[in-house]
Ligand binder design. Structure first.
Ligand code: F6R
Length: 264
């Protein structure tokens, strides 16, 4: 993994957007994996700006979201499909039929999850997956104890995650769904490049485990240590519990010439 530590969220967003722009410039028909939530908002802002100025286009691409709550009304503003539309897709040019997400309202959630996994594979897989991380170390909604080889599946949300996400539901944890459908860790690990973004002290412990901890399903994101092309873009607060900050900064600076895609 390569660790980039930046002074502010906007710079994280700019660097993450550089990765996406580099991909779509080389490969306009690429498949982009999207995370919902607050972490990638600056990335999405930068991408929207680049599309609006004609520097970047997703018109030939496809998008796949990571996860969805179970049981929210299709019109619910916090349904992830609606959130990602509001935060990102409404400002860019993916054709509507090229945007895919897991179905959290299917009668048979397991069958719908399997179908979504197959859809991703049939499309040729995700080229670049944008990720956030939960304070309990989840990526997508793979909570501690999940299988590293899991495929897209229905799952149970921890109280920690529901508490963290209550801010989107009027600060009422009881309004946060208890279940989800999520891409599995095995599915996510098949994406050709992973770009995880995280900000703030609330993520510092999870980032420490991700970057310097043992690979363990207690901290699901640690599986990313096994990915050959994984990038972790964080601010100083999220980096605050890391032991080897100076080394990561040195590697980031000195690998500019072969990283080749980032302006940060
Ligand atoms: C959402 C997702 C989650 C979030 C994580 C962090 O699609 O996959 O793993 O990335 O819960 O959420 P935020 O960014 O809101 O702190």
């Amino acid at each position: 993994m390569k660790i980039g530590i930046f002074p502010d969220d906007d710079t994280i967003g700019q660097v993450a957007a550089d990765f996406v722009e580099d991909l779509f410039t080389r490969q306009p028909q690429a498949n982009l994996g999207l995370a919902t939530g607050s972490s990638p908002l600056a990335t999405y802002r930068h991408l929207i700006e680049r599309v609006s100025t004609g520097r970047l286009s997703f018109a030939q691409g496809q998008a796949f979201t990571l996860d969805e709550y179970v049981g929210l009304d299709p019109q619910h503003p916090e349904r992830y499909r609606n959130v990602i539309y509001r935060d990102f897709l409404s400002g860019v040019d993916f054709p509507a039929e090229s945007v895919h997400s897991p179905d959290g309202n299917a009668d048979d959630l397991a069958a719908a999850a399997c179908a979504y996994d197959r859809l991703i594979a049939d499309a040729g897989g995700v080229d670049l997956q944008i990720l956030g991380i939960g304070s309990d170390g989840h990526i997508a909604f793979n909570e501690p104890g999940e299988s590293f080889k899991s495929r897209t599946h229905p799952g149970v949300l921890t109280n920690q995650t529901r508490q963290d996400n209550a801010r989107f539901f009027g600060s009422d944890i009881n309004a946060v769904p208890t279940h989800c459908v999520t891409q599995g860790l095995g599915t996510i690990m098949e994406a050709r490049r992973l770009v995880l973004v995280a900000q703030g002290r609330a993520k510092a412990r999870a980032i420490r485990e991700l970057v310097e901890g043992a690979v363990s399903i207690r901290w699901p994101a640690t599986i990313m240590q096994m990915h050959p092309d994984a990038w972790v873009l964080i601010d100083e607060d999220a980096a605050s519990e890391l032991d080897m900050i100076d080394y990561y900064r040195e590697v980031w600076e000195k690998s500019r010439h072969y990283r080749g895609v980032c302006s940060g």
